[in-house]
Design a protein around this ligand. Structure first.
Ligand SMILES: [Zn+2]
Length: 173
């Protein structure tokens, strides 16, 4: 894709439910906000390339960028290499079989570089890379929120996060 944005894409239409937010902010938000963006992405994917507007191109761009960001934080186990993966432990909370009945536990101690993977492997765990698409696999908004906080830690993004800061993070190679 030969699209290179100059800055964050901000929703400027007061009638938009995302008014005042940037695409980048929605991208790193759990639940409804990120879902709005996923919906816009699905609409974009139905279009031919020549039909795509600036928003479509920006959405396509950020979803690609979200898959190849470089982590900045050192692995909590060896403190030598950058953290690369995290593990999620699933616990069944109820018997209804609903997604919301499955609890997830994840966090800094369950993150590791490729050399320390064995430290975070265990029963009922699944290992994930720090790719933003992973966030959509979590069953609840609460778990998505926890995952996003872990991502911010791994990428050394500190709150409060300005629109320009988040944009730069996705823009840099
Ligand atoms: Zn390590």
């Amino acid at each position: 894709m030969n699209y290179s944005p100059n800055g964050p894409y901000i929703f400027t239409n007061p009638k938009s439910r995302n008014y005042g937010s940037s695409v980048e902010q929605l991208f790193i938000s759990p639940g409804r906000k990120r879902n709005n963006l996923l919906f816009m992405k699905s609409k974009m994917e139905e279009k031919k390339e020549r039909e795509m507007n600036a928003l479509d191109k920006h959405i396509q761009w950020i979803f690609e960028r979200g898959e190849n960001r470089k982590t900045k934080t050192l692995c909590p186990h060896c403190k030598a290499k950058k953290v690369k993966y995290f593990s999620v432990r699933y616990t069944r909370l109820g018997y209804s079989g609903k997604k919301s009945d499955i609890g997830c536990s994840l966090g800094i101690p369950y993150s590791a570089c490729e050399d320390c993977l064995n430290k975070i492997k265990g029963e009922k765990t699944e290992i994930f890379p720090f790719k933003f698409s992973v966030i959509d696999g979590f069953p609840t908004v609460y778990d998505q929120k926890k995952a996003i906080e872990l991502f911010l830690w791994a990428f050394n993004l500190k709150r409060p996060l300005k629109k320009e800061t988040i944009f730069q993070f996705f823009f840099e190679e």
